[in-house]
Write a protein that binds this ligand. Structure first.
Ligand code: RNT
Ligand code: ZN
Length: 419
C-alpha cells in the first residue's frame, strides 16, 4: 500500500472516534516549534574560546561538532531539511558573529552581530527567538550574575540583558514574528547558603531593570525560566520555581513564565503544570527536553511525558498560547541525528495529541464515566497513528520513516568526518 492508501484507511479509523486527521495535519503545519541552535556545538557559541561553564554541562565527545558559524548553519540547515512542520530558530547571545577580528563584550552586543541569523531566518521564512547568555563568561563571579552582591558584576549582566532586549526587538522587526527572549541564570550555591533571600531580591531587581528597556510586548516576549538545581549549585538556586512564577505573575504585562521540563523534582510533571499556568496566564513558554533522573538534557523522544505535555497544550486549545522551544544537548552521538530526532519527536507528540479524541474523552470525564474513560484512553494508544505521521511528513516534504538517517550518514561521511 502507498502512504496515501494507508493514510486514507487510518483516517477512517480516526473518524470513527470523531477525529479529523486532515484538520490535525493542517493545524500542525502552522504551529511554530523553536529549534535551538545549541545542539550543534555543545552550547559553546562563537564569542569565547573556553568551555561550557555555569550550572549546565554537555557530556560526550562525538566527532564532527560545528566550530564556526558556517559549519553550524550548514548543520542546522540539514536538520531543517529532515524535520517536518513550521520552525523558529532559537539563538543564544554567545552565538554572536563578529566580522574581521572585531570583538565586543556581552554588555555591548548589537543587532548587527546577529545579522547572519536574521538572514538565515529570512531564507526559511521563520521567526527567531533569543536568549541572553549568563554563563561561560569570566564575569560570572563566584557562580553569580544577576543576583551577585558585587554591583559591577550585576550591572554588567543587566546591561547584557538590556542589549538582548534590543536584539530581540530587531529580530521581531526583521521577521515580523514575535521574538521570545528567555532569561535563565545558573545563579546559586553548591553548599548551604547563609542568605537565601538577598540573592533573590537582587535577582528580582535585576530582571526588572532589564525589562525597563522599552519594547512592545506583542512583539518581544521576555520569559523567566526557573530551575531546581544545577551541577555545582546543588544546594540553592536563586531562580527557583516559586521565584520565577511569582515574578512572571507580578509582571504579567511584560513577561511570561517559562517551564523547562528538566527543571523540577523528578516526580513532578510539567504536563500537569501547563493547565495550571494556563488558568492564570494568557501565554506561557516551554523548554522541551528529556531529564533522565536529573536535568540531563537528553534528546527528546516520543515518550509518555512528552506526549502528555503535548496533549495538555492541544486539548486546552492552547497551541497559540504556548511558545514551544526545544532545549537539549547530547554530545555523545551524531549531533545532527540528535537534533533531528528531538524535533521529529516533538512534532510527533503534537500530532499524536491532535489525533487524540479529546472532546469525547473530556465528555466521559465530565459525565463521571471513569471506567469507560480508562477503556477509551487505552484504546486511543494503539490507533494507527504511524500512518498519519507518515502522511504529515510526506506532505511537508520530508521522509516519514527512518530513511532520513541515510542522509545524515552521508553528511557525516562527506562533511562532519572532515572537520
Ligand atoms: C539550563 C536551561 C537553559 C539552557 C539554555 C542553553 O538548565 O535549561 O534554558 O539549557 O539556555
Ligand atoms: Zn531550558
Amino acid at each position: 500500500m502507498t502512504t496515501k492508501e494507508r493514510y486514507e484507511s487510518a483516517k477512517a479509523v480516526y473518524a470513527k472516534y470523531g477525529v479529523d486527521t486532515d484538520k490535525a495535519i493542517e493545524i500542525l503545519k502552522k504551529a511554530p516549534v523553536s529549534v535551538h541552535c545549541w545542539q550543534g556545538d555543545d552550547v559553546i557559541g562563537f564569542d569565547h574560546d573556553g568551555p561550557l561553564t555555569g550550572g549546565i554541562q554537555t557530556t560526550g565527545n562525538y566527532p564532527g561538532k560545528a566550530t564556526t558559524p558556517e559549519q553550524l548553519f550548514a548543520d542546522m540547515e540539514k536538520v531543517l531539511s529532515l524535520t517536518p512542520g513550521k520552525k523558529k530558530i532559537n539563538v543564544h547571545a554567545c552565538y554572536a558573529i563578529f566580522e574581521d577580528g572585531e570583538f565586543v563584550d556581552r554588555d555591548k552586543i548589537e543587532p548587527k552581530h546577529f545579522q547572519k541569523w536574521v538572514d538565515l531566518a529570512k531564507k526559511y521564512d521563520t521567526g527567531l527567538d533569543f536568549n541572553p547568555t549568563f554563563f561561560s563568561h569570566p564575569m560570572v563571579k563566584d557562580g553569580l550574575t544577576l543576583s551577585s552582591p558585587d554591583e559591577a558584576t550585576r550591572k554588567f549582566w543587566i546591561e547584557h540583558g538590556k542589549a538582548c532586549i534590543r536584539i530581540s526587538k530587531y529580530f521581531a522587526e526583521q521577521t515580523g514574528i514575535p521574538c521570545v527572549m528567555n532569561i535563565w541564570t545558573g545563579d546559586g550555591f553548591k553548599d548551604v547558603p547563609a542568605d537565601r533571600m538577598g540573592p533573590r531580591m537582587r535577582y528580582k531587581d535585576s530582571i526588572e531593570q532589564i525589562l525597563s528597556e522599552p519594547y512592545d510586548f506583542n512583539m518581544v516576549k521576555p520569559c523567566v525560566e526557573s530551575k531546581v538545581f544545577g551541577i555545582g549549585v546543588e544546594s540553592y538556586t536563586a531562580g527557583s520555581a516559586e521565584f520565577a512564577l511569582c515574578f512572571a505573575a507580578e509582571h504579567k504585562d511584560k513577561c511570561l513564565p517559562l517551564m523547562d521540563n528538566g527543571h523540577y523534582h523528578p516526580t513532578e510533571v510539567v504536563s500537569d503544570k501547563v493547565p495550571a499556568l494556563l488558568t492564570f496566564f494568557d501565554e506561557i513558554a516551554l523548554h522541551i527536553t528529556r531529564p533522565v533522573r536529573w536535568d540531563s538534557d537528553h534528546v527528546v523522544l516520543f515518550d509518555d511525558e512528552t506526549k502528555e505535555i503535548a496533549k495538555e497544550i492541544v486539548r486546552n486549545d492552547a497551541m497559540d498560547r504556548v511558545y514551544m522551544a526545544l532545549d537539549y544537548f547530547d554530545a555523545s552521538i551524531n549531533r545532527i541525528s540528535a537534533w533531528t530526532v528531538g524535533v521529529r519527536s516533538w512534532e510527533k507528540a503534537l500530532l499524536n495529541a491532535l489525533c487524540t479524541p479529546n472532546a469525547a474523552l473530556k465528555k466521559l470525564q465530565d459525565e463521571n464515566k471513569l471506567t469507560e474513560l480508562m477503556v477509551m484512553q487505552e484504546e486511543a494508544k494503539t490507533l494507527p497513528f504511524g500512518d498519519i505521521w507518515k502522511e504529515f511528513c510526506e506532505e511537508c516534504g520530508v521522509a516519514g520513516d527512518e530513511s532520513w538517517y541515510e542522509e545524515v550518514k552521508k553528511y557525516e561521511e562527506e562533511v562532519l568526518s572532515k572537520r
